[in-house]
Design a protein. Sequence first.
Length: 271
Amino acid sequence: MLVDRALSRYDRVRSFLVTCVASDDVLDAYNDLAYGATRVYDASAPEFRERLFNWEGDLVAQVFPPPPGRVLVGGAGGGREAFDLVARGYAVAAFEPSAVLARSMADRAAAGNHPVEVFLGRYQDLPMLRQVGTDEAVDLTKGPRFDAAILGWSSFSHIRHRQERISTLQRFAELTDGPVVASFFIRRESIRPRHKLSRWAGRAGLRADGDRFTPHIGFFHQSSADELAAEVAAAGLVMVASSYNDTDGYWPWIAVARPDVASAAAPSAST
Ligand SMILES: C[S@@+](CC[C@H](N)C(=O)[O-])C[C@H]1O[C@@H](n2cnc3c(N)ncnc32)[C@H](O)[C@@H]1O
């Protein structure tokens, strides 16, 4: 128990220090290295996961317009969601910041003749992305509009700053005449008082409550339900459906839309 407690303390201290001092560029580079080396996300590896999780299949059935349609997938990894959505009858444009993963997705799309357009880029770049291989700039606003969009599994939580989370939702909604879905790491109301160092770091603007770092997935931000609702409102969008169920086999997600398409996007449903 002592070793376990010491390790857990070490983990918390490292997470605190890294989220205080690491620059955005360092955390971006760390993300791309960590995910680029994780084989379940690499479409060229035998371990690649290529199916939607059950909770994702349910949410697509609940909030997406029926196929055919055009779907935008961000934080796409090697294309797990993209290839499954194609199998369900959608055309997909997908982007990912890790060059290794984006390349693996592009190669798999080409080899299988799948209707997936693959780009390189991160949420902060939108609407400008790059072609895989040539690095040629692509402006998504110049292409056909999307009927639905999804920020790949928990990738929303890798966005480091509140204003960037708000602009990401806005940019997705500007490109999409339907629901925009994001899954995320949830933060339940803490019953423990915050450590005074943590309060100080927050006041000094070094980090925000909910910011975390693990060597496994790099930086991530745990969002509370209230915080998300405020970010959606600040983006000028409407929450059309949501689930905060994080029990085994589920993952919390929200579906948002521009007010002018919200009523068509989905019936309101919360679990
Ligand atoms: C948990 S993985 C999910 C990958 C894929 N969607 C899947 O489920 O197989 C999270 C993905 O988000 C990507 N990501 C991290 N930060 C991002 C950002 N700022 N913009 C877009 N994607 C990002 C990572 O590179 C990683 O591929």
